[in-house]
Design a protein around this ligand. Sequence first.
Ligand code: EPU
Length: 302
Amino acid sequence: MRIHDPSIVCKLAELHVELQYGAALSDLTSLGIGGTTDLLRIKKHESLPDLLSLLDAHDIPHKFLGGGSNLLVGDGELPWVVLQLVRPEPDVVLDGSLARVDAAADLGRMITFCAKNDLGGMEGLIGVPGTVGGALRMNAGAYGMQIGNYVREVTLYRSASRKVEILRGDQISFEYRHTSFAPDDMMLAVILELPSKPYKEILKGIRICNEKRRLSQPLGQKSAGCIFKNPPGASAGRMIDELGLKGLSVGDAQVSDRHANFFVNAGHASAKDMLALIADVRERVQKSFGVSLENEVVVWNA
Ligand code: EPU
């Protein structure tokens, strides 16, 4: 979708929103898949309510993009514009055991920064790509740790009330790869309360998790992490592997030969290819195990 109206373009500039015409979403997602649309980069969080009123007034549909690391975007010209926060400097401010973090901060950099200041707890998450906002929205987790455990307070824009709101951690439910945030809530900032730990000890934990990840996941390839959530008490990766589906492909979309719940873009995969592969694998698992796998990857299909 393209914004041509000069009066809108002018208002965007007044709201400190940078308009990038025809951005390729394939460049903004870790899968390297996705069509084109206008990208609106928000330099001042305060302008968000006015920006959304402007888009509403002109019937311009929108979606919020975080780090694009758990996302499968449709092909071709997309029927909505994409909004993304510009990361401020600094994006993490420490106050005792509290870390005030901007939603646009990179998750791994934030964890490293806190670690260097003797604040730990999230060692397992360091290799998870994406922004802190994206991690919060899905309650990202790995190696027995999840970000939701450390959330003291979240500042977000609620599309339902059209207001910036602050929620305490206990007002939000954080479950396995799921939160009580609405799909159109936009994360703006979070206060995390982290346990004190010496940097050396945190580093040891980080190294152990990184090594496990390196041995079991296709880190050098374009992927969105795990495609499916694990069903209760089971592993989607193990089930897909047991069916001998590693290497199965549709076009350049391929089940990783390293970890069967990672589907990689081995060249120029389209969203259509990836969706067909996901549907095929889901059907085979359903047939053999009687389990309906739920997507972990978020799909924005046109
Ligand atoms: N397994 C196989 N074949 C495979 C993959 C896994 O047999 O191709 C077996 C493993 O040998 C192991 C079991 O399945 O016995 C579980 O595998 P793994 O330890 O890799 O964990 P997972 O359940 O597949 C989850 C998360 C990962 C996270 C790891 C480590 C989900 C969907 N996945 O994977 O998170 O990094 O545990 O904590 O919850 C993600 O969410 O995108 C993600 C990568």
